[in-house]
Design a protein around this ligand. Sequence first.
Ligand code: ATP
Ligand code: MG
Length: 399
Amino acid sequence: MQYDSMILTFGEMALKGKNRNSFTDLLYKHVKKQLAPFPDVDIKKHFDHIEVALNGRPAEDVAERLRHVFGIHSMRCAISVENDLEKIQEAALKVVRAENAEARTFKISAKRNNKQFPINSMELNHKVGSFILRNTEHLKVDVHHPDLEIKIEVRNTKTRIYGKTFAGEGGMPAGSAGKVLLLLSGGIDSPVAAYQMMRRGATVEAIHFHSPPYTSDRARQKVVDLAEKLQEYAAVDLKLHIVPFTEAQIAIRDNVPENYRMTIMRRVMLRIAEKVAEKRGALALVTGESLGQVASQTLESMNTINEVTNLPVLRPLVAMDKLDIIQIAKKIDTYEISIRPYEDCCTLFLPRQPKTKPDRAHANRFEAYLSVSELVDQAIGGIETVDVGRIQDDLSSLL
Ligand code: ATP
Ligand code: MG
């Protein structure tokens, strides 16, 4: 079945009142970017939806390109006909025949936005419904639980008949919420935390701490691969800042009692991340921590770690179960990368029994044995920034 347009609906974004225009603009730009490979389609902004004129392009192709665009609640395929009863009836029949061969019951839901059109919604339901009953064999009307619902919208110039609907990602458009800096490890959780933040419209840059030669190139590559997956949801090139962390790790190992090493390491990470965030214009840090998941993720630990920064540290997974996190990791296709067996820097210097209830006083005392600000500055001086979006473009141009 060849639909002529696809209607992108907004969901929560529709509630945004005065800001709606800027949200729609952001979404429009992202949609345009995603559909750039299809120069034949036309994209038009309306008050409460975006209309993509397919011009012969299969709806499935367009839905696939828009699958990861946040802010799209649903993608509804439609055909448009003149505001004429017979044409509407024929079009509705076409959609019924194309859409669901197994359907035994159906319902017509007509909406007459154009009051000049002489047939009101109720009558239109009836006239189109009876036309379909006359022209099909196995269908019955069921207004409560139909197998198939055909929506009809009589608009000013044309009538749309809606068929197949693809689910969108939901959330808020990319770029609508400002920038955050994500602490991205090679684990399962932090990529999911990134996805959750991006889903709310945040622009994400990532920072990763590695400790060569104790961590391998493959561990580093794993993180780049994760960032590439996240790039699929972003409207702009995602930047990944890779921080050399070996010196700091060694200094911590040599000067801090074993059970506080984890705490101090996290505090040093946050200090570095805070400086990078300031430089990059990020207003908050994000981690993949989840309450109680491991020793460093108790409230005492979060409290002690947080002392070193004034930036909000957002933990979108804080109240989620691991199994639910894994489910999202699978959905966004980061899980298989995350479970590759290469160590990131933290597992390497990990104490056998980290303190589950560290406190600020002890952390400060132990840090006095370290040259914290030098370690921080040194690490920042060695940062290598990878432009993940560019890698992707390079690859696609090779294909
Ligand atoms: P993840 O699956 O995200 O690694 P985790 O359950 O393994 O989480 P931890 O290793 O304790 O938990 O890490 C907690 C959080 O600290 C991570 O979610 C991440 O945000 C940050 N983090 C840990 N290691 C690194 C690293 N090497 N580089 C950047 N951030 C890190
Ligand atoms: Mg980890």
